[in-house]
Design a protein around this ligand. Structure first.
Ligand code: A3D
Length: 311
């Protein structure tokens, strides 16, 4: 059996870090795909990463390209293609442009690698993963959005920062859409199995939840130009690794719900088992009334962005 092939569609900030992590974890050979205007940039990144290999001692091949023929038979795609919001551009303008890009990417992936597992990162995430699924016609187990993995990692990081205990021992999940209506499930968050509700006051926990909801924006504001890329890349790589190594990790992902949590026909953040069949299962659990209300609210927000796609 040869090496697996991982294609990164979009070789910008997240794409470059995805390439680094995929190679260092030896997930397989890596293709960094971007538009012709960015071909030099992705070829350069690929060459730079090839020259890092002697230090790491791994043998993955990394190439940059703008030719869709080079992505043929990829096992995994991670899509970050899109443009960021520019001054004067409203959300609808951004959605319109990124939707056009996603439609193009989806039809090319369908043509070149119809059996691949696809992880969407491009924003607005809830609409983009929905659009990819609609346009490609891929089965629901082959398509997933990365958001909850990152939002939960942020929540975990903040809990570790607050308590001073190892982030390794912090478990928690953030469900719902990837926006400020996301739902951190504090009731089930724990440090080494000890409920955080016994470790952190209600008031502080509420502040940590609020910070989690706007954590992406906090970084955007600091950068002044561009959005987070290290943690988003690592979050998607964990999902890809669980698929390629059949780890069956349980990760909050934007998965297509068909009745789970009372949601039907939408991709939304829910605890998802990822293994060699892709999205293998959504793990349902009983929500309390407050969580139910919050999930209803985030679903309405997801429905609104999806409606804007007209798909
Ligand atoms: P950036 O560095 O701008 O990279 C995007 C890349 O996409 C650029 O290199 C573009 O040239 C490329 N691109 C544009 N059109 C196409 C196309 N048709 N085919 C292939 N490539 C194309 O952005 P980034 O890497 O910082 O972020 C990428 C996306 O991820 C953005 O939409 C962000 O908003 C989004 N993002 C999502 C999260 C989530 O948690 C969901 C977190 C952070 C960023």
């Amino acid at each position: 059996m040869g090496r697996k092939k991982i294609t990164l569609v979009g070789g910008g900030q997240i794409g470059g870090n995805l390439a680094l992590l995929a190679a260092q974890k030896e997930l397989g050979n890596v293709v960094i795909f971007d538009i012709p205007q960015a071909e030099g940039m992705v070829k350069g990144k690929a060459l730079d990463l090839m020259q890092l290999r002697p230090h790491d001692g791994h043998d993955s091949d990394i190439v940059g390209t703008s030719d869709w023929n080079d992505v043929k038979n990829s096992d995994v795609f991670i899509i970050t293609a899109g443009i960021p919001r520019k001054p004067g551009m409203n959300r609808e303008d951004l959605l319109g442009i990124n939707l056009g890009i996603m439609k193009d990417v989806a039809s090319n992936i369908k043509d070149k690698a119809p059996n691949a597992f696809v992880i969407v990162i491009s924003n607005p995430l809830d609409a983009m993963v929905y659009a990819f699924h609609k346009v490609s016609g891929f089965p629901k187990n082959q398509v997933v959005g990365m958001a909850g993995a990152l939002d939960s990692a942020r929540f975990r990081a903040f809990i570790a920062m607050e308590t001073g205990y190892s982030v390794q021992d912090v478990t928690c999940m953030v469900l719902g859409g990837h926006g400020d209506t996301m739902v951190p499930i504090s009731r089930l968050a724990a440090v080494g199995g000890v409920p955080v509700t016994d470790l952190i006051t209600d008031k502080r926990l509420k502040e940590i939840e609020d910070r989690t909801r706007v954590a992406g924006g906090e970084i955007v504001k600091l950068f002044g130009n561009g959005s987070a890329f290290y943690a988003p890349a690592q979050s998607a790589i964990e999902m890809a690794e669980s698929y390629l190594r059949d780890k069956k990790r349980v990760i909050p992902c934007a998965s297509l719900c068909e009745g789970e949590f009372g949601i039907d026909g939408y991709f939304i953040g829910v605890p998802t088992v990822i293994g060699s069949d892709g999205v293998e299962k959504i793990l349902e659990f009983t929500l309390n009334d407050k969580e139910k209300t919050e999930l209803d609210r985030t679903l309405e927000a997801v429905k609104r962005t999806v409606a804007e796609t007209g798909l």
